[in-house]
Every structure is written in C-alpha cells, then in structure tokens.
Design a protein around this ligand. Structure first.
Ligand code: FES
Length: 147
C-alpha cells in the first residue's frame, strides 16, 4: 500500500496559500478531510493540496461550494480529481460560466436601456419586470389601461 505523506494544517496553509481558517471551513463543508494523529493533531494527505487548488479555482469561477462538493462526491471513492477528472469538471463549469456570462450580458444590455431613463416602470423597464409578468396576463390589456 502506498504511504501518503502527511501534512499539518499549517503546512497545507503555507503550501496552498489558503488560510488555516479557510481550510477548517472547507473541512466543515466536506470538501477536504483530515484525521487526528496520536497527538490529536490534524493531518492531511499530501493530495489535499490538489483538492484545495481545485477549490480555489472553482471559487474564482464563482462555483458555489455545494457544486464543488457535488463534483468531488461524484468521483469514484470521492478521490481527489485526476487530470481526466479535472477535464470533465472544468468542462461543466465552463458551460455554467458561459451561462452566467450570457445572463450578465443580457442584464447589461437591459441596463443600457435604463441609462438616461429613470422610469423604473413595471410596464416598461426590463429590469423591473424581467420575466415580463405583464405579458403573462394578456396581450397588452394592462398596458392600455393606463394603470
Ligand atoms: S429605468 Fe426606464 S426602462 Fe429601465
């Protein structure tokens, strides 16, 4: 059996550039795991560094912690992502990032229409009425009512 090198929480923090408090937080969220040695000190397998790297990249991409946890849990035996695993995960996150970017572009374009307007009208402003709720109530009847 392969013997893993063990790292203290301080060593993980130093090598990953992540605060000890953040590592503890990741652990409470099930993203990383440690065990206690005979002296009751936390120890992490060396591969935790790769796991933390994935977490940090995911956070930069705006991936929620729950989605990171799901991605990790979807791996066989909840292993640390291999290069192939990372390819699959990053592909999914890229598509999600594209969706968010497209949503933000749409919002920005709608905001363009508001600049210099100031009406903030439920009838007219796409940012006040993003789902076009009035349209669901009929084809323009409310718009013509003057209310
Ligand atoms: S403020 Fe007038 S359209 Fe948004």
């Amino acid at each position: 059996m392969k013997t893993l090198r063990q790292l203290s929480v301080g060593q993980v923090a130093k090598r990953s550039g992540v605060a000890v408090s953040a590592l503890h937080f990741y652990e409470t969220k099930g993203l990383i795991k440690s065990w206690r040695n005979a002296g009751n000190q936390r120890r992490y397998p060396r591969e935790v560094l790769r796991r933390v790297a994935v977490i940090k990249v995911a956070q930069r991409l705006g991936v929620p912690l729950a989605d990171i946890a799901n991605a990790f849990q979807g791996l066989p035996e909840a292993r640390t992502p291999t290069a192939a695993d990372w390819n699959k995960i990053s592909d999914i996150w890229r598509a999600q990032l594209d969706q968010r970017i497209n949503g933000l572009i749409k919002l920005r374009d709608q905001l363009d229409g508001c600049i210099g307007c100031g009406c903030l009208s439920l009838k007219v402003c796409p940012l006040r009425n993003p789902e076009d709720k009035l349209a669901e109530q009929g084809t323009g009847a409310r718009l013509l009512s003057g209310s």
